[in-house]
Design a protein around this ligand. Structure first.
Ligand SMILES: NC(=O)c1ccc[n+]([C@@H]2O[C@H](COP(=O)([O-])OP(=O)(O)OC[C@H]3O[C@@H](n4cnc5c(N)ncnc54)[C@H](OP(=O)(O)O)[C@@H]3O)[C@@H](O)[C@H]2O)c1
Length: 424
């Protein structure tokens, strides 16, 4: 599927002076990295809007430091606190779901889509509808409604710049002018914290073990997705939406060091890869400056010190989420929407210690079997499928709840509330 990943009319970075940037999900991990870069380059970037969901104190601190024009909190009950915290600063405040969407529509050169989960779909779609350049971290948007989003981007002249490190890597080495020369895409995966664990060992893993990613420091939801390898499954679907490559030409390769961020293999046997120290500030810097480059405070890649890079095949028997994602991608229609919704419900339940780790993929599989797949022609249809899938996944979760492992049960939930829990 052709996607307008590049447009000739892009305003360019330094050439146009100050670039206006909106950061959706500024209080998260991607948001932090983005604001770190912007804070170091205050003469180049002007913040238009920052948004958060419930972390109002962090949003206030960010806004007082970086002075966006607007700060929006998703939870309307927190608006009074936001307004009070920003009094006298000159930063406007707003709250609620429609305010998040309005923030995405504000005039900006770049909108960073850093909200986690399907909650980011409506604001990101709004940025696309307004023809913005979107730095897309929120992969769940594309998994939920990829064909709708890419069609809208083409219609409105919006540009999707992938920020997920793998897709950013592919974007950098993909021959966008001659895609017919591409033989296949190889998505690398760290393998997560349980790369070497048996299924029996994974049965009783705790939330703390699962969020403790060996390489990347990320939000809770994507960390759990990395542990189940659903993250790589979502990325398969994301890659298929973003790049004109057949499904069976997108491979997953385990690469524990996370130095090679992904590869594109060409029909003459050449394989082009993008490498770098694993630090999200590199792909975010790429998007902030595109089509220029900016200096990023990232440790230089020192291959001599690293010594060796290793690779191994992915094991879909131990990581069934990968198989489920591939099956959903092949089924098409709203199967990926169902996969994503069920996964969000299951991950939230795992983070809340209501189910065991292996229940996550089991709930997704059961939901995929029970939910009807349609060819969604509108966002409303996507939302209806998403809601139905969440209901079915919640039923599947409740049926498993009593069977949770002793290791996971009876412990307090993590201090940071799960973003996706709020959606179910
Ligand atoms: N972290 C990474 O290194 C990384 C790498 C590649 C891709 N990604 C993708 O980027 C996205 C963000 O990941 P993350 O790790 O940055 O997540 P995160 O740390 O959990 O942050 C999520 C952000 O979204 C906001 N949010 C949560 N629920 C919301 C809702 N219902 N409505 C509006 N805003 C909401 C949060 O606000 P509060 O803080 O107020 O809850 C926070 O600002 C995900 O799709 C992830 O897959 C992340």
């Amino acid at each position: 599927m052709p996607v307008p990943l590049r447009t000739a009319s892009h305003p360019g970075g330094a050439a146009r002076g100050m670039r206006r940037v909106t950061v959706l999900g500024s209080t998260g991990s991607v948001g932090d990295s983005t604001l770190d870069l912007i804070g170091r380059n205050r003469g180049t970037y002007r913040l238009v809007a920052l948004t958060a969901f419930r972390n109002v104190e962090k949003l206030i601190a960010q806004a007082l430091d970086l002075r966006p024009e607007l700060a929006v909190i998703g939870d309307p009950d927190l608006h009074d606190r936001l307004a009070e915290g920003l009094r006298g600063s000159g930063v406007r405040s707003d709250a609620g779901a429609s305010a998040l969407i309005a923030a995405a529509a504000e005039a900006a050169d770049l909108v960073v889509a850093g909200i986690v989960g399907a909650a980011g779909l409506a604001p990101t779609m709004e940025a696309v509808r307004n023809g913005r350049t979107v730095a897309l971290a929120n992969k769940e948007c594309l998994v939920c409604a990829g064909p709708l989003m890419t069609a809208l981007a083409a219609e409105r002249g919006a540009t999707l710049l992938p920020v997920d490190s793998e897709h950013n890597a592919i974007f950098q080495v993909f021959d966008h002018e001659r895609p017919e020369n591409v033989d296949r895409i190889v998505l690398t995966a760290s393998g997560g914290p349980f790369r070497r664990c048996s299924l029996a060992e994974m049965r009783d893993v705790t939330v703390e073990q699962a969020v403790n990613h060996p390489v990347w420091s990320m939000g809770d939801k994507i960390s759990i997705d990395s542990a189940t390898m659903m993250n790589k499954g979502l990325e398969l679907i994301e890659a298929h939406c973003l790049f004109p490559v057949a499904q069976d030409r997108i491979e997953v390769l385990i690469h524990p060091q996370s130095i090679v961020h992904s590869m594109v293999a060409y029909r003459d046997g050449s394989v082009l890869a993008q490498l770098g120290t694993p630090d999200m500030r590199t792909p975010i810097a790429f998007a902030l400056a595109w089509p220029e480059r900016m200096t990023a405070p990232v440790a230089p890649l020192d291959l001599a010190r690293i010594g060796s890079l290793t690779f191994e095949p992915a094991d879909e028997a131990r990581f069934p989420a990968l198989r489920l994602a591939r099956e959903a991608m092949a089924a098409g229609g709203t199967a990926p929407t169902i996969l994503n919704a069920a996964n969000e419900v299951a991950v939230a339940a795992f983070l809340a210690r209501r189910i065991g780790f292996l229940d996550i993929a089991a709930i997704v599989e059961e939901t995929l079997q029970r939910a009807e797949t349609i060819a969604a022609g509108s966002l409303e249809e996507v939302w209806a499928v998403d809601r139905r899938a969440r209901t079915l996944a919640t039923q599947a979760m409740l049926a498993r709840e009593g069977g949770q492992s002793g290791a996971a049960a009876g412990q307090p939930a993590p201090s940071r509330p799960s973003a996706v829990a709020s959606m179910s």
